[in-house]
Design a protein around this ligand. Structure first.
Ligand code: DQA
Length: 144
């Protein structure tokens, strides 16, 4: 199996971006954790980040040919992007939504996710460990 881990806008700034909300780990550190965790389980991971909605859409489209699962932290696009939701519906790849913060405990506008409608489930509030939980959840899903 190969899993695509997609990160949306502003997640390239992790480490210095509102550390009280998102922690002090950089995206590169999270990437390393994910790659190692997956490798230990015989799975490969492609990890990417873009600030551009269209680039994220293209990545979801091409995953159809190359990946058996998607983990998506769409950042603020979570709360706005019908296009990302439609892309997930279109490719029909098992997908999991991740957020570092507990979006349900934050501002009202963060409590609505278009992404949630198109995924197996959502993991939020556990910081970078959410990505690890998502990898394990996808692997369990593959085995069923
Ligand atoms: C986030 C939560 C979003 O509301 C926010 O816009 C982000 C990060 C998270 O990982 O907690 O950019 O997706």
């Amino acid at each position: 199996h190969s899993i695509l881990i997609l990160n949306g806008p502003n997640l390239n700034l992790l480490g210095t971006r509102q550390p009280e909300v998102y922690g002090r780990e950089t995206l590169a550190m999270i990437q390393e954790k994910c790659v190692n965790h997956a490798a230990d389980r015989g799975v490969s991971v492609e990890f990417m980040q873009s600030n551009h909605e269209g680039v994220l859409l293209d990545a979801i489209h091409s995953a159809k040919e190359t990946h058996s699962g998607i983990i998506l932290n769409a950042g603020a696009y979570t709360h706005t992007s019908i296009a990302l939701m439609d892309a997930l519906y279109s490719v029909e790849i098992p997908s999991i939504e991740v957020h570092l913060s507990n979006i349900h405990a934050r501002e009202e506008f963060r409590q609505v996710s278009y992404i949630s409608r198109a995924v197996l489930g959502q993991i939020c509030g556990f910081g970078s460990h959410g990505y690890i939980l998502a990898i394990d959840a996808l692997l369990a899903h593959f085995d069923t």
